[in-house]
Design a protein around this ligand. Structure first.
Ligand code: URA
Length: 196
């Protein structure tokens, strides 16, 4: 499985299915064990991930790591990836400002995620935010309404929708941030408990 994933990752480095490859530094493919019982899907690599070539290594990744630990999930046992494999940004001076991927860009990347899923064979896919949910569930998802419950998936396994950690980073009120982090951990615990 690991070797096959490495071959798929190598093919994804040449992907030209949407225009996002051109300004990005590199394709950021998923990483982690295969098979794995848990697969985690984010939106797209951020600035630091684009430079490092690895998913969730920046501020959102550090917050995610803390939440996984609190929920009793070991990141080393989780396959971590993104719905879109290139960083979409707008240059602003020396900075690169994150831009949301379009539906077309999400759809163009679906075949990579499907191949990851087929090789990782997760029992549970944790979907971080609306882009990940859109990509896997193939419909628009209202996170607040659908978060924190297992949604059976065609082809086996279940999905669990929750917020994206970047949303927590944007909250300015400390009390609100604490409450939102606790709710995020509670969602992750549902996945942990479902694994038995
Ligand atoms: N946000 C994401 O959705 N994915 C990453 O890899 C980093 C930040």
């Amino acid at each position: 499985m690991k070797e096959e994933l490495a071959a798929v990752a190598a093919a994804a480095r040449e992907c030209r299915a949407c225009p996002l490859w051109a300004p990005a530094t590199q394709t950021v493919f998923g990483e982690g064990p295969a098979p794995a019982r848990v697969m985690l899907v984010g939106e797209q690599p951020g600035d630091q991930e684009d430079l490092a070539g690895r998913p969730f290594v920046g501020p959102a990744g550090r917050l995610l790591d803390r939440a996984l630990t609190e929920a009793g999930l070991d990141r080393r046992r989780v396959y971590v990836t993104n719905a879109v494999k290139h960083f979409k940004f707008q240059p602003r001076g020396k900075r690169r400002l994150h831009q949301k991927p379009s539906t077309g860009e999400i759809v163009a990347c679906v075949p990579w995620l499907e191949r990851e899923r087929a090789l990782v064979e997760p029992a549970i896919i944790i979907l971080l935010g609306a882009t990940a949910a859109r990509s896997v569930l193939r419909r628009n998802v209202a996170i607040a309404r659908e978060r924190g419950r297992l949604i059976p998936l065609e082809g086996g396994g279940a999905a669990l929708v929750t917020v994206h950690p970047s949303y927590l980073l944007r909250l300015r009120d400390e009390e609100e941030r604490h409450a939102a982090f606790a709710a995020f951990v509670a969602d992750l615990r549902i996945a942990k408990e479902a694994l038995g």
